[in-house]
Design a binder for this molecule. Structure first.
Ligand code: BTN
Length: 342
């Protein structure tokens, strides 16, 4: 399926501009034809295309067209007008369906696509999670977004970036739904009240001393309801809509995320993870808690005392400090409180 881009929606974008300027009023087909120098039939075709994308455009023979409502979908026509970043996300590809946005974008990266290219899908048939897991990606409700970056850095620096992305995502969520308290769970999951809201998967291609590219993939449960989840996820996942008790704009969240990434990326390139540590620790689900880390089949117990500048989890375990670089962390919940933890 072809990607939908600002270019492929050029005329549709022009028509939407007219309709939006009219602020709920009508715009005559004749005015659009003359301004865009296209025929009435062409205008009709573009209107039909917009309707197929989810725009509710009403037509009256006497008064023309008016925009009744826009879809809550992260289409370029919805996200780009909200963007204030220089380049990140301007080259935006929207796919109604793809196997994985990370995989699709990595293929574009191999063909030399420039930094900042962003792929958003409505549905992923093979959404990928960390540690070889899959990412449940139904259509119409969530955000599945990948961004291409080409930092001029050695690959050893890269692992900490996914934690900085966690900070960017936390900031974006705070901007869009400030009433919802979101926590960051090391290394880079976002949680609400012990259930997972969002995850980050960074794929990298590199050689010994330089990164070729990073594909930063972000999945957020935005408007799904618990009953729509597979039974195995019902107790573990949460959506913004469930937490905020109202539907959330997918385009606004996509734009906020691209803005925050555009701010975090150059700062991380210059200074590494250090500037983000106080923020990450402040919003950490794990800070000060007793945890178990599954490490190469050998569990490590300890109390979380912070995050290192490499992005490792700092544990105090049997009187000594350990840095955990990867693994799955479980909060050790006392029996009486079982079920309330992460
Ligand atoms: C995790 O396991 O927590 C990471 C989940 C990452 C999911 C996102 S959705 C967009 C991008 N494309 C993918 O296939 N995965 C990431």
């Amino acid at each position: 399926m072809d990607a939908i881009t600002a270019n492929s929606l050029g005329r549709e974008t022009d028509i939407l501009d007219f309709l939006r300027l009219a602020r709920g009023g009508h715009v005559s087909g004749q005015v659009i034809c003359e301004a865009l120098k296209i025929s009435r039939t062409a205008v009709w075709h573009h209107i039909r295309h917009l309707r197929r994308l989810g725009y509710d455009i009403q037509a009256s023979t006497r008064r023309g067209y008016y925009l009744h409502s826009s879809p809550n979908a992260p289409l370029p026509t919805e996200v780009l007008p909200l963007l204030r970043t220089g380049s990140l996300g301007r080259d935006l590809l929207y796919l109604p369906r793809v196997d994985s946005t990370n995989r699709y974008l990595a293929a574009l990266a191999e063909q030399g696509r420039a930094e900042g290219c962003t792929v958003i899908a409505d549905l992923q048939s093979g959404g990928r999670g960390r540690l070889g897991r899959s990412w449940f990606s139904p259509p119409g409700v969530n955000l599945y977004l990948s961004v291409l970056l080409r930092p001029s850095l050695p690959p050893q620096r890269a692992p900490s970036f996914s934690l900085a992305v966690g900070a960017a995502l936390h900031r974006a969520l705070h901007r869009v739904v400030p009433e919802v308290k979101v926590a960051v769970k090391w290394p880079n999951d976002l949680f609400i009240g012990g259930r997972k809201l969002a995850g980050i998967l960074c794929d990298m291609k590199s050689e010994a001393d330089r990164v070729h590219y990073l594909v930063v993939g972000i999945g957020v449960n935005v408007n799904g309801m618990r009953r729509q989840l597979p039974p195995s996820l019902r107790a573990r996942a949460v959506s913004l809509r469930e937490a905020a008790r109202h539907p959330v704009s997918r385009p606004a969240l996509a734009a906020a995320l691209l803005q925050e990434l555009a701010a975090v990326y150059p700062e991380w390139c210059r200074h590494g993870l250090k500037p983000f540590l106080p923020e990450l620790e402040r919003h950490s689900l794990l800070q000060g808690r007793e945890v178990t880390v599954d490490l190469h089949r050998e569990p490590v117990h300890g109390r979380v005392v912070g995050i290192s500048s490499h992005g490792g989890l700092l544990l105090e375990s049997h009187g000594r400090r350990r840095e955990i670089l990867s693994g799955d962390v479980h909060v050790r919940v006392p029996h009486a409180a079982a079920g309330a933890g992460a």
